[in-house]
Design a protein. Structure first.
Lengths: 888, 108
């Protein structure tokens, strides 16, 4: 037995040897190794001996690995034949490097596009699946009928939530009241951040199965608690332990951190939410809830989230609870109007939140799911293009191999063997392209994430991904390989070898059809891209009606902002970097509030709904730069202007007033039956505040109204001062006057640009895919053209001898392709027009599809085709006829 | 006779087997070569050479008895066959013949 002083060889190396070495040899080898080791310890010391031991093990492993390979080969039947097939396949690829490249690259690009799109579709469809109770979570929604139209919403009344819990609580695992989500200021010491959060009852962490990094799911039971996302905790505390620390919300309420959870991934509904706080805290922060809302069936403000019991279904529960509100309010006084609206309650399952999230006339809007379909179809088409290429080229090239088939058949090959040979070859190429596309996808994913505004990863561990890939490889290999496999293997060897085999024109008909299909798809995609961009440009060029440049805006998030208007304004103007400031209800880039109840002279019946109603300070016009068509702006000096009103052109039109300035408008507030009288001071040009694709909403601006106060600050920077200098001075003013809030501002022009983000994203994606489609199509065309040119080398030689000019030959070779492209253009035009017309109908403010788009696309496709084809045809046309005719 | 062509290292290994005649196994051959030639040799290289020599029929082998110095493990003993002996002799003769053909003037 070994004493502790005896040197030992490295244990891991011995284990390695056992792993590689065959059992019957291990004894002998290990013996040799050990003997040499002990000898070497004597001669050169233990350290050297150990090194030599490892080297010896490695050298033995190499010996055995090589040995094993040899035995493996001999285990397979027909190993020689298989090796021959592999060699021939490889030689064919190497000899025709150009074709091999076109084939593999084209297919790989197509597969990459399909994979990226597949990932995108998967991401859309798997939205919210991060939550383990995904299949049992829903939000409670209500639906009312108003003037024959169904309206659906997720704002509920407080008494309804209570009634649901009391009457049907046994149907739910969780039934949670929650606030709407909103941005709040969180602070700890000097660290201040502005984060979106939600106030929700204490079952939420369990229902949403948050992954807790600190604390437990029970963290919201304490009414003065807060649970932070990992990134928020990091921003507030850095590397300090966040648990049990205190955080201030909006600089007024102290709460204790009772948990930190892993950030929710981007494909969840709640990913923007950075903290959860107890619902009771929200109630205590907003005393109007206790005072007015708890028993008010008119005040819709709550969100209610539910997790149903596992043994029931959403339909069953929806059916049970649908008349909850109706039954409760039908006997109550003063609610007969609501009863007439026939309110219905239902559950909206989490699986539908993302793609069926918004309702129009009682039914989910189809836009999002159509988008998924559309993108999926585009991906499918690009892939189809690549497959067509692959088929086209491999069938075209395979005719070159007719001789090989002849020889193989004479030497005794069976037809089945030939079929498996050709199929095998096509699988080899497909597999190679697949590996390449995996690499390409991995590399382009970060960039694709950027464009698509998502956070997608390769699904290496997802069995569905691999299953789809295998099915796809199987299909492509079969499709591309079946024609040569079945057709070539049917050749009569004598005919082929004698050279009397003629592959007729009919053989190339399917190939032509495929080219037409390919270009139809590409041309359609290009037309679509151009129109999408045109629509975006059209909306961008719409006159905006105010000046976005040099205007910044910030939300008045805490009560510290209020009552300091004059103070702020004078302090800011004194710095010299601000020309004017104002406060307004909502941002400049939104119509934050809408109301009815207005009446005016000459009003026709039923025309009192749907005004945008916004409170502003008198300087608002000067700050945002609105432009007057008639009348004048508010004036601080005139006390009567507090009951004045500025309206936009859309409102003037809507009200049917020829000379609106000076007219009286009265506003009846339905909740209190109070009336206010206004006089119209001026009419301004329409301002694009909401969606730039929608018609302008008739909007009224006033200094005092019923519907609340100002909530945003707007600041006009002095154009003669640099922005960074201005910002630092403004920040200093805010630090002094409102020290509790972070200086959290937005540029109005950037905010406005966000309105185009969705369309620009579609445009970018569409253009990338269109470009790739054209690229793939051109690759195919190029391959085909060079094949045709090569086939007709002799013919062209003879033509040249007989006096044909280069131009003649160029025309001869290009004519066919030009015909095909023209045909595909004719097919794609109505298809593209149909789809685009439908798409544009969804926008109120839209461009029209003009003929030049089609003309330009057609001409472009023709030019690209000619360029692609000409490269080959000119090369052939310039060839010396002696050379092409001499060799046989 | 292409089959009996001997590489330089194979020749060295074959010689070592002959030297350690009766007790020629992997480790013994390796240390013999290291001592004689004064250079370090990989065990794997020696074994692969022994395998090739056996395939060519220049050596044959059998499992020997267990010994204490190897932790009770058995060893494979190699011995030079008639063909191996002839191959060595041929090489020796060839070298001698070539030595003798060198003209005296070559060294002056």
């Amino acid at each position: 037995m070994a004493t502790p002083h005896l040197p030992r060889p490295p244990h891991w190396a011995t284990r390695l040897l056992h792993g590689f070495c065959a059992d019957h040899l291990v004894e002998e080898m290990e013996g040799d190794l050990e003997e040499l080791f002990h000898q070497r310890v004597q001669i050169m010391g233990e350290k050297q001996a150990r090194i030599r031991y490892v080297l010896d093990v490695l050298s033995l492993i190499r010996l055995f690995v090589l040995k094993q390979k040899v035995t493996e080969y001999s285990l397979l039947p027909n190993s020689i034949m298989l090796r021959n097939y592999a060699m021939i396949a490889f030689r064919n690829l190497v000899r025709q490097k150009g074709y091999a490249f076109i084939n593999i690259a084209g297919l790989a690009v197509g597969m990459t596009v399909a994979m990226l799109i597949g990932l995108w579709v998967y991401d859309e469809l798997s939205f919210n699946q991060y939550h383990q109770n995904y299949n049992h979570i829903a939000r409670v929604m209500n639906q009312v009928t108003d003037e024959q139209e169904l309206h659906t919403g997720n704002s509920l009344q407080y008494p309804l939530a209570i009634e649901l819990k009391n009457a049907y609580g046994d149907q739910f695992t969780h039934l949670l009241k929650a606030s709407w989500t909103q941005s709040y200021i969180l602070s700890h010491g000097d660290a201040k951040v502005s984060k979106i959060g939600i106030y929700i009852e204490d079952g939420a962490p369990e229902m949403l199965t948050l992954k807790m990094l600190r604390g437990t799911w029970a963290g919201l039971r304490d009414p003065h608690a807060i649970m932070l996302s990992e990134s928020t905790a990091k921003a507030l505390f850095g590397d300090k332990e966040p648990l049990n620390q205190f955080v201030k919300i909006n600089a007024s309420i102290d709460v204790k951190v009772t948990g930190v959870y892993e950030d929710l991934p981007q494909n969840t509904e709640f990913h923007e939410i950075q903290f959860f706080a107890p619902f009771d805290l929200w109630v205590s922060m907003n005393d109007w809830i206790e005072k007015r809302a708890v028993n008010d069936w008119n005040n819709h403000f709550l969100r209610v989230y539910a997790q149903i019991k596992p043994n029931t279904s959403f339909e069953k529960v929806s059916n049970t609870i649908k008349d909850t509100e109706l039954n409760k309010i039908k006997d109550l006084e003063g609610l007969q109007e609501q009863v007439a609206h026939h309110p219905q309650i239902f559950l909206h399952p989490m699986s539908q939140w993302h793609l069926y999230g918004s309702f129009e006339k009682g039914l989910p809007e189809k836009g999002p799911i159509q988008m998924v379909w559309l993108v999926g179809i585009i991906g499918g088409f690009v892939l189809l293009l690549a497959c067509i290429n692959f088929m086209n080229l491999s069938t075209a090239r395979s005719e070159k191999r007719a001789r090989e088939v002849g020889i193989r058949k004479t030497l005794g090959s069976l037809r089945e063997q030939l079929i498996s040979q050709f199929l095998g070859e096509s699988y080899l190429v497909v597999l190679f392209a697949f590996c390449l596309s995996l690499l390409l996808t991995q590399l382009s994913l970060p960039w694709f994430n950027l464009i698509a505004n998502k956070d997608m990863h390769m699904l290496w561990a997802n069995p569905w991904f691999w299953l789809t890939s295998v099915v796809f490889i199987g299909l492509t290999g079969l499709l591309a390989g079946s024609y040569p496999a079945l057709y070539l293997s049917s050749f009569h060897p004598v005919k082929v070898l004698k050279g009397t085999l003629h592959i007729g024109r009919s053989a190339s008909t399917p190939r032509r059809l495929l080219v037409v299909l390919q270009f139809t798809v590409s041309v359609t995609l290009i037309i679509c891209t151009i129109v999408v961009y045109q629509q975006i440009q059209f909306a961008k060029n719409r006159p905006v009606g105010y000046d976005r440049k040099g205007l910044i805006t910030m939300e008045m998030k805490s009560s510290d902002f209020y009552g300091k208007y004059d103070l702020l304004r004078t302090a800011l103007q004194k710095t010299g970097v601000v020309t004017e400031m104002s406060e307004s209800m909502g941002k400049v880039t939104e119509v934050a509030s809408g109301n009815g109840g207005f009446s005016w002279k000459g009003q026709t019946q039923n025309k009192d709904k749907d005004f945008g109603t916004l409170t502003v300070t008198p300087e608002h016009g000067k700050t945002v730069g609105w432009q007057f068509v008639a009348g004048r702006d508010f004036s601080r000096e005139l006390a009567s202007d507090s009951s004045g009103m500025v309206i936009n052109e859309a409102a003037a039109r809507y009200m049917g007033l020829k000379n609106p300035v000076g007219e009286l408008v009265s506003w009846t507030w339905s909740q209190s039956q109070k009336i206010k009288q206004y006089r119209i001071l001026g009419v301004i040009k329409d301002m694009v505040m909401d969606s730039p694709y929608e018609p302008i909403k008739p909007t009224l601006f006033y200094i005092q109204g019923f519907n609340g106060s100002v909530s945003w600050i707007n600041i006009r920077l002095n154009p003669r001062v640099s922005t960074s200098q201005a910002l630092s001075k403004i920040e200093a003013v805010f630090k002094k006057l409102i020290p509790t809030a972070p200086f959290d501002y937005q540029f109005v022009d950037q905010d406005y640009a966000k309105k185009f983000a969705e369309e620009e994203r579609i445009g970018k994606l569409a253009s990338v895919f269109a470009l790739l489609a054209i690229f793939i199509s051109c690759l195919g065309l190029f391959g085909l053209a060079s094949f045709v040119a090569e086939q007709r080398t002799k013919e062209i030689g003879i033509r040249k001898v007989l006096g044909a000019t280069i131009l003649n030959i160029w025309q001869l070779l290009s004519k066919d392709f030009v015909l095909l492209i023209t045909l595909s253009f004719v097919i794609s035009t109505p298809i593209a027009w149909y789809f685009l017309n439908n798409w544009l109908q969804t926008y109120e403010y839209r461009t029209h599809i003009s003929w030049w788009i089609f003309a330009v696309t057609g001409a472009g496709a023709l030019v690209i085709t000619l360029l692609t084809v000409s490269f080959q045809s000119i090369k052939v046309a310039l060839m010396n006829p002696v050379k092409s005719l001499r060799n046989e | 006779m292409k089959g009996t062509y001997l590489g330089e290292f194979e020749e060295v290994v074959l010689l070592a087997v002959a030297i350690r005649s009766g007790d020629a196994y992997g480790a013994a051959v390796t240390s013999e070569i290291e001592q004689q030639m004064g250079r370090s040799v990989n065990l794997g290289a020696v074994h692969s050479a022994l395998h090739r020599l056996e395939e060519k029929g220049l050596v044959n082998s059998q499992m020997g008895g267990a010994t204490a110095e190897r932790g009770g493990r058995r060893k494979r003993l190699y011995s030079v066959t008639i063909a191996g002996k002839r191959a060595l002799e041929e090489i020796h003769q060839l070298r001698n013949q070539m030595w003798e053909s060198i003209p005296k003037t070559a060294w002056s």
